[in-house]
Ligand binder design. Structure first.
Ligand code: SF4
Length: 707
C-alpha cells in the first residue's frame, strides 16, 4: 500500500472509530506509530481519548517525550500507573529486578505493571486502538485490523497494520512529530528501561526487548500471549489479543532508554532463557557493539533543542515570544533593526513601560533564566545576504516572522508611510521565503498575519480558518466545488500588505514546498507574560498612542488617568482579541504543528474572543467610572459589523484561552497606573486618517485628566 493510501485509510478508520465506537481510547506507549495516531487525533480534533501506562520503570527519555507531547498538544494523554500496593508487594516478595530471573517472573512483572492497569483503563470503553504493524514481528503478521477483544469486552483496532517502517518515519518527518530520543541511539522497540536495549545491525526490530530471553514470544501479554503467541488471556492476569501500537513497544513499554543507559552493546551470553543470570544484572555482553540500526528517517535535530529564529524579536509580540520559547527549552536567536524604537523617535512618543535596550534585556534574561539568546541587528527587508548567512549558520527549525510594520493608522499617515509599509513588509516576507529556499533547509516559516485580511464584514457566517469552500456554476459542466483562499478585504495599507503576504506564502509553499503557517491574529491586549514579569528589565512594551496603541490597552490607559474612553464613530465595530500570553503560546503551538512538506499554507485564526468596541468601553467604564466619549472615526469603515470567527484548530491543539476577566484587566490597569507619569496626553488621540474626509483636529485634553 502506498503512503497516501495508508495515511488516508488510517485517518478514515480513526474517524469511523470516533463516530461509531465512542468512547474509544488509544493506547500510546510513545512509540512512533502511536505518536503518528496521536498527531492525527490532535490535528483533526478527533474525540478519542489517549492513555499511556507509566510502569514505574520507564526510561528518562520516554518521560521527556511525554513532556514534549504535553507541551505540544496539551494535556491529551492520561498517564496510568499500576496499583502501588500490588507493585510494592511484588517487589517485596521477588526483588526489584525479578524479571531477569525467569520468563515467568518477567511475565508476572508485566502483569502487575502493565496488563492489570490496562484492564482497569479499558473499563467502560467500547473500543481501544493500538499501533501494531504486521512487519514488526512474525506474531503480528496475521493480526486483523478490527477484532472483538473478548477478555476486555470491547472492540480492538489496529489502524496502522499495513504501514511500513519507512512510511511511519516519513509521516513523523513531514509533520515534525516528537519521538523518543532513544530511536536515534539504535533503540527500535522501547519499553521499560531495564528490559530494553538498542539493537545491532541485522537484528529483528524487537530484538532489544527482554533480550536475555530466547525462543520466547517477545510480548508482554497486553496484545499477545507471550507463551502461545496467540491472542489469549495470559496467566498474568489480563489479556488477549492484539496489540497496540506504539512502536516497537507496547502500551506499557514505553521507549527509550535513558541517556545514561547508553545503548548497551550486543548480547551474547545470555542467550538462553536464563535463570542463571544474576538477579540484578542482566546477562549482557562483552562483545564489541555493532553499529546500531537507525530509523530510516529521523526528524531534524531529534533529541536536541528546537531552534527558532525570531525576526522582529524586539517588538510587542516578538520579545515575549523569544523569551517564552527560550524558557520552553528552544535555542533562540533574534533579528531586529530596532525600527519600532526608531518609529517612536519619529512620532515623539515612548512605550508607557520603560523598556530597556536590547543588550540589557538579554543580559537580564541570562541572569534570570541562565539562557542565552543571540541578537543580530539588521534589516530583513534590505539585508538579504545577512539573513541567508544567518539561516545557513544557525539552521533554525522554524523562522518566526514578525519583522513588519504592524500599525494600520501608521500605514495611513501619509504617502511616505504607505510606501514604507509596503516596501518593508513585502520585501521582508519575500526575503525570508527566498532565503529559506536558497538555504536548501527544511524550515517551517511561521508568519504573523492579521484577522484584518478577512475584512470585518461577513456574509453572515463564521469566518473559517483561511480557506472558503465555494461552488462554481460552470454552465454545461454543472456545479464544481472548490476551496479557495478566503477573499481578501483589507481595510488599510498595513492590512493590504498582509493580504499580499498570503500570496507570497502560498506561492512558495506550492512552488518550493516551503512549510508555512499564517497566523491570522486578533488585536492583542495585555502587556506582560510569565517571562516578562520576572524582572522589570524584561518588561514588554505598552503602546497607548493613537497610532500604535491597540484599542483595549488604550482604553485601560485612559481609564487609569481619568481620560474619557474615546470610541470612534458608534463603536459598533466588532473586533477579535487575544491576550499577549496566549499569543506566545499560539506561536509555540504553531511551530510544533507544521504542515506537511508540500501541503498548502496552514492558516490558523489566532484569537480567543470578539467584542464590539462600545461594549468594551462600557465594560471598562462600568468598572472604573470613567466616561465614554464618541469621536469622529478616522477610519473608512462601516459603523457596525458582526464578526464570528472559527478558532477550532488552536483549541484542538491545546490552547486554553485567557479571557477578559476582571483580574487580568486589573493587571493591565496596574501597569498603566504605575507608569502613568510617563504618558504624554497629546499622543492619545488617534489622528491618522484614512482619507481627507475622515481627517479631524486633535481634541483638547479633557478636564479632570490626571497623571
Ligand atoms: S518490561 Fe520489564 S520492568 Fe517493565 S513491566 Fe515488563 S518485566 Fe517489568
Amino acid at each position: 500500500m502506498d503512503y497516501s493510501d495508508a495515511l488516508s485509510d488510517t485517518l478514515a478508520l480513526l474517524q469511523e472509530i470516533e463516530r461509531d465506537w465512542s468512547p474509544a481510547t488509544l493506547a500510546n506507549a510513545f512509540g512512533p506509530e502511536a505518536m503518528v495516531m496521536t498527531d492525527l487525533i490532535a490535528r483533526h480534533g478527533l474525540d478519542i481519548e489517549i492513555f499511556s501506562l507509566d510502569t514505574g520503570r520507564l526510561p528518562e527519555e520516554t518521560h521527556a517525550l511525554a513532556h514534549s507531547v504535553h507541551r505540544r498538544y496539551g494535556p491529551v494523554i492520561t498517564m496510568v500507573s499500576p496499583d502501588a500496593a500490588e507493585v510494592s508487594e511484588f517487589v517485596r516478595e521477588n526483588g526489584q529486578n525479578a524479571f531477569y530471573g525467569s520468563v515467568e517472573m518477567r511475565e508476572a512483572c508485566c502483569g502487575v505493571r502493565k496488563v492489570k492497569p490496562l484492564s482497569r483503563q479499558l473499563e467502560g470503553k467500547r473500543a481501544w486502538i493500538a499501533g501494531l504493524r504486521r512487519e514488526q514481528s512474525a506474531t503480528r503478521r496475521d493480526l486483523p485490523v478490527s477484532a472483538w477483544d473478548e477478555s476486555h469486552g470491547l472492540q480492538k483496532f489496529n489502524p496502522m497494520l499495513d504501514w511500513t517502517k519507512e512510511q511511519v518515519w516519513s509521516y513523523i518527518k513531514d509533520h515534525r512529530v516528537p519521538v523518543n530520543a532513544l530511536h536515534s541511539k539504535g533503540y527500535t522497540s522501547i519499553g521499560c528501561a531495564p528490559c530494553t536495549r538498542a539493537i545491532s545491525a541485522g537484528e529483528d526490530e524487537r530484538a532489544g526487548r527482554w533480550w536475555w530471553e530466547v525462543d520466547t514470544v517477545k510480548e508482554c501479554g497486553i496484545h499477545i500471549n507471550p507463551l502461545t503467541g496467540k491472542f489469549e488471556r495470559t496467566s498474568s492476569g489480563a489479556t488477549p489479543e492484539i496489540h497496540t501500537g506504539d512502536s516497537p513497544g507496547h502500551v506499557g513499554d514505553n521507549t527509550d532508554a535513558s541517556a545514561t543507559t547508553a545503548a548497551p552493546s550486543s548480547t551474547t551470553e545470555s542467550a538462553t532463557r536464563n535463570s542463571e543470570a544474576s538477579p540484578t544484572t542482566p546477562p549482557v555482553t562483552t562483545t564489541p557493539a555493532q553499529p546500531h540500526v537507525a530509523p530510516a528517517t529521523e526528524p531534524k535535530n531529534e533529541g536536541k533543542a528546537m531552534r527558532a529564529l525570531i525576526l522582529g524579536g524586539d517588538g510587542f509580540c516578538g520579545w515575549p515570544t523569544a523569551l517564552h520559547l527560550s524558557a520552553q527549552g528552544y535555542e533562540v536567536a533574534i533579528v531586529d533593526n530596532l525600527s519600532r524604537r526608531n518609529i517612536d523617535n519619529e512620532l515623539e512618543v515612548s512605550s508607557l513601560t520603560p523598556i530597556r535596550p536590547m543588550g540589557e534585556r538579554l543580559r537580564a534574561w541570562k541572569e534570570v533564566s541562565g539562557k542565552d539568546i543571540a541578537f543580530y541587528n539588521f534589516d530583513v527587508a534590505e539585508n538579504y545576504h545577512r539573513l541567508l548567512t544567518l539561516i545557513n549558520d544557525f539552521k533554525p527549525d522554524a523562522v518566526v516572522h514578525f519583522a513588519e510594520q504592524r500599525a494600520a493608522p501608521y500605514s495611513m499617515k501619509s504617502s511616505f508611510h504607505k510606501r514604507y509599509t509596503v516596501t518593508n513588509n513585502l520585501n521582508a516576507t519575500n526575503n525570508v521565503l527566498a532565503a529559506v529556499v536558497e538555504s536548501g533547509q527544511d524550515i517551517h516559516v511561521v508568519h504573523l498575519g492579521t484577522m484584518g485580511v478577512y475584512g470585518y464584514g461577513t456574509a453572515g457566517m463564521q469566518i473559517p480558518e483561511g480557506y472558503l469552500k465555494v461552488k462554481v456554476d460552470t454552465g454545461d459542466n454543472g456545479v464544481v466545488e472548490q476551496e479557495i483562499l478566503y477573499p481578501a478585504n483589507p481595510g488599510s495599507i498595513y492590512h493590504m500588505t498582509k493580504t499580499q503576504d498570503q500570496l507570497l506564502l502560498a506561492y512558495y509553499a506550492k512552488n518550493d514546498q516551503v512549510r508555512a503557517t499564517d497566523l491570522h491574529q486578533g488585536i492583542v491586549w495585555g502587556t506582560q507574560t510569565k517571562e516578562t514579569k520576572q524582572d522589570e528589565r524584561l518588561i514588554n512594551r505598552f503602546d497607548y498612542d493613537g497610532d500604535y496603541g491597540t484599542v483595549l490597552n488604550r482604553f485601560l490607559m485612559q481609564a487609569a488617568i481619568n481620560y474619557p474612553l474615546t470610541v470612534h464613530g458608534t463603536g459598533g465595530q466588532t473586533r477579535a482579541f487575544i491576550h499577549v500570553q496566549d499569543t506566545v503560546k499560539c506561536i509555540q503551538i504553531a511551530i510544533e504543528n507544521p504542515p506537511a512538506k508540500g501541503d498548502r499554507v496552514s492558516v490558523l485564526n489566532q484569537m480567543t474572543e470578539t467584542y464590539r468596541v462600545r461594549d468594551l468601553a462600557k465594560m471598562i467604564s462600568d468598572r472604573t467610572g470613567v466616561e465614554v466619549k464618541n469621536l469622529p472615526n478616522p477610519r473608512n469603515e462601516a459603523d457596525e459589523n458582526e464578526l464570528h470567527v472559527a478558532n477550532d484548530r488552536f483549541l484542538h491543539l491545546g490552547l486554553d484561552p485567557i479571557t477578559l476577566s476582571e483580574g487580568l484587566m486589573e493587571e493591565v490597569t496596574e501597569i498603566t497606573k504605575k507608569y502613568a507619569a510617563r504618558c504624554d496626553l497629546s499622543k492619545i488621540p488617534a489622528l491618522s486618517a484614512w482619507n481627507k474626509e475622515h481627517r479631524h483636529e486633535a481634541p483638547p485634553v479633557p478636564e479632570g485628566t490626571r497623571l
